[in-house]
Ligand binder design. Sequence first.
Ligand SMILES: Cc1cc2nc3c(=O)[nH]c(=O)nc-3n(C[C@H](O)[C@H](O)[C@H](O)COP(=O)(O)O)c2cc1C
Length: 171
Amino acid sequence: MKSIVVVSSLTGNTLKVGDMVAYALDEHMETVKVEEMPDVSDYDLVVVGCWVDRATADTKAQEFIKTIRNKKVAFFVTLGKEPDSEHAEVCLKNIAALFDESNELVGQFICQGAVSLKMMEIMAKKFPAGHSHAMTDERRKRMEASWSHPDKADLQAAREYFTALKKRLEG
Ligand SMILES: Cc1cc2nc3c(=O)[nH]c(=O)nc-3n(C[C@H](O)[C@H](O)[C@H](O)COP(=O)(O)O)c2cc1C
């Protein structure tokens, strides 16, 4: 099975996971940057890594995802919120829905990724107190909890997930 791992990453979290995903699929494989918009016609499995931007895949990843047809596809995603939250579930659904129906979605993996300080500052400035996205103490603490991710356990989980996926697809 010939696979490619295409990654969109702004601050490096998704790329870290992507390196592990590529390694799990083939220890000699390197990730491809989404900006390259690679031609995937020669591949059996196309794996896309993206980061969550307002509850869906980031724009660059979306553009690439929309070009894929008639492939086995899988995706992995990093997000600031907890991966077992309702928000994460919505994000997974939104991202899965971006793939053209001619593809077969064979796997999806999600884990937390550090929210950058810059992003936290932007939010604090943009949303006034009382707004549903305002930077409260509680929100700040939850975002600070993201700073250690993706951690060793996340990377290990990604490795196990994609090793198992490969095994399942290769039979
Ligand atoms: C513009 C912007 C929008 C974001 N929107 C969300 C969001 O809706 N939900 C969420 O959980 N995290 C959100 N995040 C956090 C990122 O998804 C998270 O930090 C991710 O790990 C970044 O990945 P990267 O380091 O590969 O760029 C947002 C970050 C940015 C910069």
